[in-house]
Design a protein around this ligand. Structure first.
Ligand code: B3K
Ligand code: ZN
Length: 885
């Protein structure tokens, strides 16, 4: 915990480093009660940073300095200054070598940043500013150095010793200890440093690069997990091939390693040649991991691997540029997943996530541009805006430049900046130079926060056969900026005639039509586009594939939405039409609830779902997506003032009415799919995912009828499924059902069967945390006493507390404020030992502006209580103080 108030750091204050580090030589002596770190830094004055010899200011936190040497001179305490965060001294020459020894305590590091222990294994997490907890250093991404790392430890307890790069030497020491030396020839910033020591087993494979050389691939896990690595290994090989084929990028070192650890603050980390992963993003096999988990493993393995180029070879100049690597890499992994599975379904999932969560962030107190202008604690800026919206910004570049132009731009970017630390502007510059275009207005996406609104309207001129679409864009004020300038908004669109056929698109000024789907760039606050030769008033399909992260409005009526659901050639927009129809219907029902009237779902929604279920030719994954009503969190996001109870009741009643009306159809589709699942061995493939997705959503609707035959089917699936996807869905269906005895028995049986598997127990916690039956908070509190639960493990906190606060909205937002009080207590506790997790768990309380005045007051009171609770980490302080500002 810090004693000073955190300071705000501004992008505009960026200055090049005074000194550079060419070589870093590290030695770690790992012991049970302390670790000694010796660092030899070969340094020089940065020629790009002006003249003279300014003081050298190294970053360092929680380090016990044992000795310091400048070239050959031992330094005494009069020769340097130490503060809570820095070590300063005066260099005597342009080039010098600095040797330091420090003592650190990984064994008591609960923040999981720097060097720490997880289940008896030493590991590191240095991004963003964790390396300064390991040794005194210039811990900033624009200081890039080669690294040599030697580590020694007890051989029996830590038979495996790993670091970045290639292994170059190893040996035995006295006293049962051994050592290994690794050399990473690629210059890298300290945030990509990694070290692992432990008792690990590995799965090994080989990948042959396009150019012919072999790479050794290893996945290291705890011995009991050795049977759960194949899917990650397959995913890694697919990623390596894909990056060669789609981006022309080959891997560079001779070895690529992944290590799975149980205690990890996020998903994974792209350390050079030695990725460290949360075990939840590595381990997957049919019996213990769901389809969603398999897809997440594939995506995260790909994401971290892709960072080797977009992040490691070309890195960020400073942390304001984080989206340079994260937005781009999320875009790369999304395209990879789209190529490996169903493209449309991947897009639907990503957009639903973005609109629910990133749009909420963009409308809240922590709103910031994709390239933030300031921060107090950089850990708070690993956000949905930097990642997901950042990826949308890269996607828009590709949409505007076309696939070929985008590839030219990315080739130039990698070529021009290989081995450098650069900015988002450099990325855009490469796109501009490779395509001879001016993207200066486009760059506003990097500097302006908030979700733009795009209102579209139409005008048909019967006598002239012209059809005009008008767009008006605006962007709401956000905490740091009131006035926004117009964005460049790519709107991909098509026009449908009365039979649902695509019309040729000829814009005013064009001699001939240019295709039936095209991209218009809306660049003005208000802009009109007129199409010629339009024989009758068409129906527009706008923002196809969600071509820009905006809130589009167009006055569709329900019949038009049903028509688009069936006829739009763009799969994403077919889904989108269904969502808009459902939103309209649910909003009616919210109004009915508030007016004390009976809740009735518009029959058109029932009819639309009938059509979907009757059409066996449709992609089953698409049907499953289209049967999913917009979630409560999304309905909250689009409400001016969210009425928690009305939203929950409307969605609940709509689901029940759909279930009753569609019972026979749901039954038919469920049974057909369950039958196939019963006789088909599990495969993690798109076709299988699709079948199980439809099977599972139909089952959850069916259970709303509370019928005994559905109960029997659920129990059958729960007992006999050969995979976690079916078993867990059956469990979730039981947990949300009124069949108390069966529910309790299933929960017990599941816990008994999987008590030795922490990742499966996470699922067990999450299923219960999400149950919207009354009494949610009491159940969560009771589960916190379960032997498998611990606050010290981030996965457990996320699985139980995070899931409750973000997925169980009626219980979390209970009118008496009990959910808020509970979460504040949790944040205060977490703040004491893991500030990053504390700050993440806070997010639901920061959304207080969305709720009625009584809830607002309760939420703010809890934020104030956190603020007054004592010494806050910079992580928690920043989020709480900005939320209350
Ligand atoms: N780069 C890491 C995230 C590090 C978060 C540090 N608080 C994982 C990733 O985005 O690939
Ligand atoms: Zn990343």
């Amino acid at each position: 915990m810090r004693t000073e108030q955190p300071k705000t750091i501004y992008l505009k204050d960026y200055q090049a480093p005074d000194y550079l580090i060419d070589e870093t030589h590290l030695t770690f002596e790992l012991h049970d009660d302390h670790t000694l770190v010796h660092a030899q830094l070969v340094m020089r004055r940065n020629p790009a940073a002006g003249g003279g010899l300014p003081p050298l200011v190294l970053d360092g936190q929680q380090l016990e300095l044992l000795s310091l040497k400048l070239d050959d001179a031992e330094l005494g305490s009069a020769d340097y200054q130490l503060s809570e965060d820095h070590l300063s001294l005066q260099p005597k020459a342009e080039q010098f070598t600095l040797d330091s020894s420090v003592r650190i305590h990984p064994e008591t590091n609960t923040a999981l940043e720097g060097l720490y222990k997880s289940s008896g294994l030493f590991c590191t997490q240095c991004e963003a500013e964790g390396f300064r907890k390991i040794t005194y250093y210039l811990d900033r991404p624009d200081v890039m150095s080669t690294f040599t790392t030697s580590l020694s430890a007890d051989k029996q307890k830590y038979p495996i010793l790993l670091s970045n790069g290639n292994p170059v030497a190893q040996g035995e020491d006295q006293g049962g200890r051994h050592w290994a030396t690794w050399e990473d020839p690629f210059k890298k910033p300290a945030y990509l440093f990694a070290l692992v020591a432990g008792d690990l087993w590995c799965v090994e494979d080989t990948f042959t690069r396009a150019s012919g050389r072999d790479v050794t691939l290893r996945i290291y896990v705890e011995p009991e997990n050795i049977d759960k690595c194949q899917h990650a290994m397959d995913s890694l090989k697919k990623s390596m091939r894909w990056d060669e084929q789609v981006y022309g990028r080959e891997y560079d070192l001779d070895i690529f390693m992944i290590v799975a650890v149980n205690d990890f603050n996020m998903g994974a980390m792209e350390n050079k040649g030695l990725n460290i992963f949360n075990s939840s993003c590595v381990l997957a096999k049919a019996e213990t991991a769901t389809d969603a988990a398999h897809q997440r493993v594939e995506a995260v393995v790909a994401h971290e691997y892709f960072h080797n180029w977009s992040g490691n070879r070309v890195t960020c100049r400073d942390w304001f540029q984080l989206s340079l690597k994260e937005g781009f890499t999320v875009f790369r992994d999304a395209e990879f997943s789209a190529d490996m599975n169903s493209r449309t379904v991947k897009r639907i999932e990503d957009v639903a996530f973005l609109r629910t969560h990133q749009f909420a962030e963009d409308a809240g107190p922590m709103a910031h541009p994709v390239r933030p202008a300031s921060f107090m604690e950089i850990s708070n800026f690993y956000t949905l805006t930097v990642y997901e919206k950042g990826s949308e910004v890269v996607r828009m570049l590709r949409t505007l430049l076309g696939a070929e132009g985008f590839r030219k731009g990315s080739d130039l970017y990698f070529e021009r900046h290989d081995g450098q630390a650069v900015t988002c502007d450099d990325f855009v510059q490469a796109m501009e130079d490779a395509n001879a275009v001016d993207l200066s207005q486009f760059k506003r996406w990097y500097s302006q926060a908030g979700t733009p609104r795009l209102a579209a309207s139409e005008q048909y001129d019967e006598s002239a056969n012209t059809y005009t679409l008008s767009f008006r864009q605006s962007c709401p004020a956000t905490p740091e900026s009131a006035e926004k300038q117009p964005f460049v908004i790519p709107v991909e669109l098509g026009l449908l005639d009365a039979q649902g056929r695509a019309l040729p698109l000829r814009l005013q000024g064009e001699a001939t039509p240019q295709g039936t789907t095209r991209v218009l760039a809306v660049t003005e606050a208000e802009q009109h586009f007129t199409f010629l030769d339009v024989p009758a008033k068409p129906l527009p399909s706008l923002l196809r594939g969600f071509s820009a992260p905006v809130k589009l409005s167009f006055p569709y009526n329900r019949d038009q939405l049903m028509f688009l659901m069936q006829h739009d050639s763009d799969g994403f927009n077919r889904w989108e039409a269904g969502q808009q129809l459902a939103v309209q219907v649910l909003q009616d029902m919210i109004g009915q609830y508030q007016a004390g009237q009976p809740l009735v779902a518009d029959v058109r929604l029932l009819q639309a779902f009938e059509t979907l279920l009757d059409d066996d030719s449709l992609d089953q994954a698409m049907v499953a997506e289209m049967l999913s009503l917009p979630g409560e969190a999304y309905l909250t996001e689009i409400s001016e003032v969210a009425d928690v109870d009305a939203i929950h009741a409307a969605r609940d009643v709509a689901r029940k009415q759909l279930a009753n009306h569609l019972h026979a159809r749901l039954w038919r589709r469920y049974q057909a799919n369950r039958e196939v699942s019963r006789v088909t061995p599990y495969l993690a493939s798109a076709e299988h995912f699709a079948r199980r997705a439809l099977q599972n959503i139909t089952l959850s609707y069916l259970m709303l009828s509370e019928r005994e035959d559905v109960l029997a089917a659920t129990l059958e699936q729960f007992e006999n499924a050969d995979n976690m996807t079916e078993r867990l869905t059956a469990l979730a269906v039981l947990v949300n059902s009124p069949f108390e005895r069966e529910r309790a028995a299933a929960l017990d049986r599941f816990a008994e069967q999987f008590k030795g598997n922490p990742l499966v127990m996470d699922q067990w916690f999450t299923v219960q945390a999400g149950s919207t039956l009354p009494g949610g908070l009491t159940r969560v509190k009771a589960l916190m006493l379960h032997p498998a639960f611990t606050m010290k493990n981030p996965n457990k906190v996320r699985a139980l507390i995070g899931a409750f606060a973000s997925q169980n909205l009626v219980n979390f937002h209970a009118a008496d404020g009990s959910g808020y009080r509970f979460l504040a207590d949790i944040v205060i506790e977490l703040n004491g030992f893991n500030p990053q997790i504390a700050s993440r768990q806070l997010a639901p309380l920061t959304r207080w502006r969305k709720y009625d005045s009584a809830r607002q007051a309760l939420m703010k009171a809890e934020l104030e209580r956190i603020l007054a609770s004592g010494e806050l980490s910079s992580d928690v302080y920043e989020v709480v103080s900005k939320s209350l500002a």
